[in-house]
Design a binder for this molecule. Structure first.
Ligand code: SAM
Length: 218
């Protein structure tokens, strides 16, 4: 049995591969591998915040946690596919979190989609030593007060202050983006490889008062 059960939320809020979870405010999520064709509902996003795996080792560790063994032997196809999905969604603004190793590659990819690209120094788990970067792309220049904020605070800031109707996250995991969007009365759409992590998201949003239904996909 897998040791990655995330508090067994998947038993309380199970979600199958062929279902879309639809929340009371119209938000939608689905178990999905980004290498598969993009679900249509993801194109509703006019803003994206995504914290993908940061390198090959990290990517494959998420495959282990999802009880999969179709490990990748290169990180490049993963991030190229991620940016292909972003280009297909074509949101007005996009934020991507990344470590130092692939920062330059992510900036190069972001520049292929947006005229204005910048990055902010950030950290994770509220520890200054855990350094990471948030790359922002849009077609309008904006000076934002995000440098040296922890990534969780940046997500909260983005969900509260950016101009958008629907925020998307292609690797939505346990739902930091979903929770902050819901708190601000905004719609979110998301995909995630691991159904057990997605069940944690459902539980967190339900804790905030949401209800949901499940739609089977033909
Ligand atoms: C760094 S975590 C994101 C954390 C997220 N912000 C949260 O609140 O939990 C990266 C996520 O990407 C997911 N992931 C990895 N490979 C994926 C793939 N091929 N398609 C979709 N999601 C994937 C992982 O399962 C993991 O939940």
């Amino acid at each position: 049995m897998s040791k990655w059960n995330y508090g067994n939320a998947y038993k309380r809020h199970p979600i199958a591969d062929n279902e879309i979870v639809v929340f009371d405010n119209g938000s939608k999520i689905k178990v999905h591998d980004i290498f598969d064709p993009l679900p249509e509902f993801m194109k509703e996003a006019d803003l994206i915040f995504v914290d993908p795996p940061w390198n090959l080792g990290n990517l494959n560790s998420f495959y282990t946690k999802a009880d999969r063994n179709d490990y990748k032997d290169s990180f490049t196809p993963f991030y190229k596919r991620l940016f292909e999905c972003i280009a297909e969604i074509n949101p007005k603004t996009c934020y991507i979190e990344i470590g130092k190793e692939y920062l330059a590659d992510f900036i190069i990819e972001m520049r292929k989609i947006y005229k204005q690209v910048t990055f902010y120094n950030s950290s994770y788990y509220h520890r200054k030593d855990n350094m990471c970067y948030i790359v922002r792309g849009s077609n309008k220049y904006k000076k934002l007060p995000l440098d040296y904020m922890d990534e969780e605070d940046i997500i909260a800031w983005v969900c509260e202050n950016e101009e958008y109707d629907v925020i998307g996250d292609l690797c939505i995991g346990r739902g930091l983006v979903a929770v902050e969007a819901y708190k601000n009365g905004k719609k979110f759409v998301g995909t995630e490889l691991n159904h057990k992590r997605l069940s944690v998201l459902i539980e967190r949003v339900v804790f905030l008062g949401a209800t949901y239904t499940k739609e089977a996909i033909e």
